[in-house]
Unconditional design. Sequence first.
Length: 272
Amino acid sequence: MAICKAFSNGKSVDSSQEFMALGVCNMANSFVQSFPATGSVARSALQNGSGARTPLCGLYTGTLVILALVFFTPYFYYIPKAALAAVIMAAVIFMVEVRVIKPMWQSKKSDLVLGLLTFIACLVLPLEIGVSIGVGVNLIFILHHAARPKISIDRMQTKHGKEYLMIVPDRCLIFPSVDYVKNLVTKHSTREQVPVVIDCSYIYGADYTAACVIEVLTADFALRNQPLVFYNLRPSVMSVFEGLKPKDFEVVYTEEGLQEVIEHESFSMKIP
């Protein structure tokens, strides 16, 4: 798939179609004792550099390989390996997109660091290991991003001047991030000692771990006699939270309803 995307020139690539085509080819190959078919960066680069445009080039190159094996193998023995390597390097060198370094640095520096790490790994290690390292490091970046959502915390007032804390997470509550969100909510709620509203407008997904944490969080707030309100919670997320039937779980969906709930909540802080 890396090879397909490298030569797609920005066009869409259907992974399922590519793998199905490769699988059918290998099934057909098994009936004629053929070598397994797969992708090759060097061969693809050579064919692209030679002007090939369709898979029919495989028939052409296959015919040349058969002729070479039958008639010209003794003569190939004297071709220096450096010459063969130069042919491959001359074709592959154009795949290095140097022009993307500057805009990538200006856009997001971590992507450039990841790209350079993968590039160096592919140079000093076998290609599949280098690509695997790049994929693994990228997964670590993604997990770290998912585990540390950005949360805005603002102290606000109702129309009648009653203060409350508005907490707005910017992404879904799932296993990597839910403890971080819980600790942050607990820290600021105990310090500010006002009713807390969690704006769930951007929480588009949740899992069982998040439901368990929400159950514990609502119980902690109830123990401190501190109001906790969930605002604008999506039905799909609400069904996950209600699966555990948490007590003191209060949800509102309108600004007027939120103002009314905050105004009528009686609050006297208790430290358990």
